[in-house]
Design a protein around this ligand. Structure first.
Ligand code: IVH
Length: 674
């Protein structure tokens, strides 16, 4: 063993012990779970490599915290073990292979039970002749702390059970619902008290209180997932059966537990399903627990000193992580809006490596008071763009200055001003290169004029070379000059030319959306196109006429009206007109108003329609096609790869759900026969 490795082993043990004290004994973690997992993993690997470094007091040989002096010690009749972890599919595969190799009886396990790994605090509750007699924390796995007085305050947990066996130890997780956690922290904030970092620590902090009145106020909850000691009970054969039995006795058992009989593929499907649903619940889970379902197989597999061999915790990527805030920069959007964003030391969070995160606007930066040089908490949940939640104040270097919002545009130096009533500052120079780039990018995107071969870099080049001062210049580009640029051969220039040419015949709604009128998104563009059916009519519309459009709202109507009062925008429209860009809206035939008054939301991809065609098909028949499901939605059309949230909401609201064929029938008949 090298000196370096020995030193590292000692270093890791000391560090992990320190974090364990903070986590288990003070309920105030000093690092994230993931960072802890990684330290443990490094230590485990080193110890496996150097058996001579064995130390029975190493954190790898012991679970959890040290039982405290405040609570009476409880010896667990059956030890409360830890779980081995897997972080990716290949580790899951290895685990399955490893346990199958160990089994003499069969070569493959046909039944697993998958459940969520709740992020709370493990406890064991003992019932004698149906009466709750004792509840204890895990402690070090063999001796825990007596927290009966607090557990008795948890409404979810039965105090007496009918038809119970003589002795029954039920194990599970005490947790705090996210909504309760938020209430708790809000109250603490109002009282100027310390807030909790997360629901798990709040739950743990509540259970480890001397005075049970505190726990009683916290509205703690419980999930049962295991039996410790049992005598005199029914003959149980499977883990899933155990869960059903616990449920029949009146214990809360989480409904997402599932028996999986399709092997590794089935396990992966379960993991992926819940990876995506992670933020759909009012409680936190940080992984999936996979258990061999047959209790006989569990017995055959046994356990190591720390963890059963028959179970595995598949850890899901963390949604929150800490990292260094290197700088705060400001980006300039298509309509000049200035958005502050964080430049971060790259960090793995929510399944991807994140190096920038939004800070929304200047008010938010001030409220959060994050400063370059801070350690910050970054969150990326689901597909949502990453955001900075706030600084870790304990880690702020002394004398770190507050960040000030710049007064001039980082791109062109013009003033950044904040219009009345708006949350964002704006760059005041319409010809600011960043604004031009933003507008061209916006104009060229698929849901607008769909111009292929016009990527970010190409646009940048054209703007810097002075070929484009505005979107309108796209239609008078000097292609001969472009061909002289590096990387632009004849073919690529031809492709670009053709793409620009074909954009001229896009729909009116695409064009309106492409203009970057503040607040006018795709849905409002559709609304304007069907209502006026010609760009010139929109340009000439009075504010009253615009406001009269149902669903548009006064802010957007005002924004559209003001946009067309600007001479530079009029000049832009004339450039489009001379280029021959289509200004005419959808032709609506009298007989074709089949969707009058209907609100049809579409999610996922349909085979026979592009996005634009779907919107056109609905709006041209007098219907509306907003981007989200609400109480007003008449039907939800579901294609392939649908968005989960729309579907869920529609199901909750009892809105009819149609497939593509049913959608086509609807277009023809206007009838929703569901
Ligand atoms: S089974 C012997 N199932 O994870 C195995 N544990 O890392 C007993 N946990 O101490 C655990 N959800 O606090 C099991 N569905 C679940 C769980 C779960 C959360 C926690 C529990 C345990 C820790 C092990």
């Amino acid at each position: 063993m090298t000196d370096d490795d020995l030193l590292r082993i000692q270093e890791l043990r000391t560090e992990i012990r320190k974090h364990n004290v903070a986590y288990y004994d003070s309920d105030n973690p000093s690092i994230s779970d993931q960072e802890w997992d990684h330290l443990m993993r490094e230590l485990r690997n080193l110890e496996a490599k150097y058996p001579e470094a064995y130390d029975p007091t190493s954190p790898t040989e012991n679970v959890g915290g040290t039982p405290s002096q405040i609570f009476a010690p409880v010896q667990h009749a059956v030890p409360m073990m830890s779980l081995d972890n897997a972080f990716d599919d290949s580790e899951l595969d290895q685990w399955v292979k490893k346990i199958e190799r160990r089994l003499e009886s069969s070569t493959s396990i046909s039944e697993f039970c998958c459940e969520l790994k709740f992020d709370g605090l493990a406890i064991s509750i003992r019932y004698e002749d149906g009466k709750l007699v004792q509840a204890a924390t895990r402690g070090d796995g063999s001796i825990g702390e007596d927290v009966t007085h607090n557990v008795l305050t948890i409404r979810d947990i039965p105090k007496y059970i009918k038809g119970a066996p003589q002795v029954l130890e039920v194990r599970g997780e005490v947790y705090l619902r996210i909504s309760e956690f938020e209430k708790l922290n809000k109250k603490a904030e109002q009282l100027g008290e310390k807030t909790y970092v997360n629901p798990r620590n709040a739950a743990a902090g509540s259970i480890r209180q001397k005075n049970s009145a505190v726990a009683a106020q916290r509205n703690l909850s419980f999930w049962a997932y295991q039996i410790g000691r049992i005598s005199g009970g029914p003959a149980l054969e499977s883990h899933f059966g155990t869960l059903e039995y616990l449920s029949s006795l009146g214990f809360p058992v989480n409904q997402n537990a599932q028996r999986v009989t399709t092997g590794k593929e089935g396990l992966k499907a379960y993991i992926n399903e819940y990876r995506q649903k992670k933020s759909d619940f009012d409680y936190e889970f940080d992984g999936i627990v996979i258990k061999a379902d047959s209790l006989q197989i569990q017995e055959e597999l046994g356990a190591t000193a720390k963890a059963p061999r028959w179970a595995l915790a598949f850890k899901l990527p963390p949604e929150e992580q800490t990292t260094k805030l290197l700088d705060i920069e400001v980006s300039i959007g298509a309509a000049g809006s200035a958005t502050p964003f964080a430049v971060l030391e790259p960090v793995f969070v929510g399944g991807v490596t994140v190096s920038t995160a939004t800070l929304h606007n200047s008010d938010q930066v001030r409220e959060k008071d994050v400063r370059p040089g801070d350690t910050v908490i970054v969150r990326r949940a689901g597909e949502v763009i990453p955001e900075v939640l706030g600084p870790v104040l304990d880690k702020r270097p002394i004398g770190l200055p507050q960040w000030k919002f710049p007064t001039s545009c980082p791109s062109c130096g013009a003033d950044l001003s904040r219009p009345e009533g708006e949350a964002r500052h704006r760059c005041t120079n319409y010809f600011c290169p960043r604004q031009v780039r933003g507008r061209v990018e916006h104009f060229a995107q698929r849901t607008a004029m769909d111009i292929e071969h016009l990527g970010e870099q190409t646009i940048d080049l054209f703007v810097t070379e002075g070929l484009m001062n505005d979107v309108g210049d796209l239609y008078t580009l000097d292609f001969q000059r472009i061909q002289s640029f590096e990387g632009f051969g004849e073919t690529s220039v031809n492709n670009l030319q053709r793409a620009i040419e074909s954009s001229k015949s896009k729909t009116l709604a695409n064009l309106i959306f492409g203009l970057s009128i503040p607040h006018v998104g795709r849905t409002n563009a559709d609304l304007l196109a069907v209502s006026f059916r010609h760009l010139d009519l929109i340009i000439e519309a009075s504010l009253d006429e615009l406001e009269a459009i149902e669903g548009l709202g006064p802010v957007i109507a005002g924004s559209v009206f003001n946009y067309f009062r600007e001479p530079k925008h009029r000049a832009l429209i004339e450039k489009f007109r001379s280029a021959g860009v289509n200004f005419a809206g959808p032709v609506i035939e009298e007989t074709d108003n089949t969707l009058e008054g209907k609100v049809i939301v579409v999610t996922g991809t349909l085979e026979g329609f592009t996005r634009d065609q779907i919107a056109e098909a609905i709006t041209s028949r007098g219907g509306k096609s907003p981007g989200s499901v609400s109480g007003k939605t008449s039907a939800l059309v579901v294609g392939s790869n649908p968005g989960g949230s729309k579907l869920k909401k529609a199901e909750e609201l009892g809105i009819p759900i149609l497939d593509e064929v049913e959608f086509q029938n609807l277009l023809m008949s206007g009838e929703i026969d569901k």
